[in-house]
Design a protein around this ligand. Structure first.
Ligand SMILES: NC(=O)C1=CN([C@@H]2O[C@H](COP(=O)(O)OP(=O)(O)OC[C@H]3O[C@@H](n4cnc5c(N)ncnc54)[C@H](OP(=O)(O)O)[C@@H]3O)[C@@H](O)[C@H]2O)[C@@H](O)CC1
Ligand SMILES: [K+]
Length: 310
């Protein structure tokens, strides 16, 4: 990490990264939260004959939004080396796609991918990364990679995670937890963590039970936020940043699941939703009815409240 980054405090948060200013427009804005079961149903609907998507397409868009979130919060000019930790399911696939985009965005990319997904899609995504000379990290090299990284993308477990992490994921996840990271900080800087959907190891519906798992600096929720992250987004400490990605939901799905999603700025794949409150299903239905009465134009370039380009 180069010297113009600020010191990470005990929580490991990069305090003065330019993109990490509180959004100006979050007052009175709200989001619907969903449980793991609803997340699975939405996924199935998108992939159904009616929904018309293939998994490659959804993963590509999800992975692009992950890469954009890392770039918006921790740009490569300062955070040059990213460690992508990818799990065995579709979230791991999001991580592989993100790793490819991050490589093209100018990062040096390290990838820890200890358990390859079963279909040929994962083999192809892996091949694409080999072709880009991404550094593949073995499990016994994970802690060294963590020390070397300027930022970590946590793409290990998503909305299908259950129970307690099993090996080969348990030990590396322990190395990422706050206590180990404080010990780690004594040796060097603590890399900030960007988690996709749910910090890996947290219950998707119940959150960080017992408070023993790591807390990231940034969460990117895909499609809609999950109940388990409320202590992060709505709790009294409000220490991190929250983004929404997965810009592929049709009006029909939005209405069917009463999502009432926020408006994405212009062509962005992510929207900064830090500070947004929780919306009830009734409020969501009312918002959707109101939206049907107006056309919403979104021409501002304002991914992260950077302000206009010079
Ligand atoms: N519509 C959307 O928003 C889209 C979402 N997308 C993304 O997909 C994600 C959901 O993907 P998913 O359903 O494949 O499962 P995911 O959470 O990645 O991994 C579960 C894997 O972990 C394993 N496992 C479970 N528990 C475990 C444990 N305790 N300890 C160890 N292992 C454990 C279990 O394997 P098992 O060991 O049970 O065989 C399973 O393979 C979602 O969060 C989002 O990132 C996009 O790609 C597309 C559009
Ligand atoms: K995760």
């Amino acid at each position: 990490m180069t010297s113009n980054t600020t010191d990470a405090g005990a929580t490991g948060i990069a305090q003065q990264t330019p993109a990490l200013q509180t959004p100006l427009s979050s007052a009175n804005q709200k989001l619907r939260y969903i449980d793991a079961e609803t997340a699975v149903k939405i996924d199935e609907q998108l992939l159904s004959e009616e929904g018309g998507f293939s998994i490659d397409q959804l993963m590509e868009l999800a992975g692009l939004s992950c890469a954009q979130t890392v770039f918006a919060c921790y740009p490569p000019s300062t955070f040059g080396t990213v460690l992508v930790a990818a799990g065995p399911g579709n979230q791991g696939g999001d991580g592989l796609v993100a790793a490819r985009h991050l490589s093209h965005f100018g990062y040096r990319v390290m990838l820890w991918y200890p358990k390859q997904g079963k279909t040929e899609l994962f083999a192809r995504l892996k091949k694409q990364l080999k072709n880009l000379n991404v550094d593949f990290v073995d499990t016994d090299e994970f802690v060294d990679a963590l020390e070397e990284a300027d930022v970590v993308l946590d793409a290990i477990f998503g909305f299908s995670f259950k129970g307690e992490p099993r090996e080969p994921f348990k030990e590396p996840l322990d190395a990422m937890n706050n206590e180990s990271r404080m010990e780690f900080e004594a040796r060097r800087k603590v890399p900030p963590i960007v988690s996709i959907d749910i910090p890996s190891g947290w219950s998707v519906d119940e959150g960080n039970q017992g408070g023993k798992k790591f807390t990231p600096q940034v969460i990117l929720s895909l499609t809609a936020p999950k109940h388990g992250i409320k202590s992060f987004t709505l709790g009294p400490e409000k220490i991190g940043r929250h983004f929404l990605g997965g810009r592929f939901v049709s009006d029909e799905i939005e209405e069917k699941f009463a999502l009432a999603l926020p408006v994405y700025p212009a062509d962005a794949q992510i929207v900064d939703v830090t500070g947004f409150g929780e919306m009830s299903p009734e409020e969501a239905k009312q918002k959707l009815e109101e939206e049907n009465l107006y056309i919403i134009y979104t021409n501002d370039f304002d991914y992260c409240n950077h302000g206009p380009l010079p």
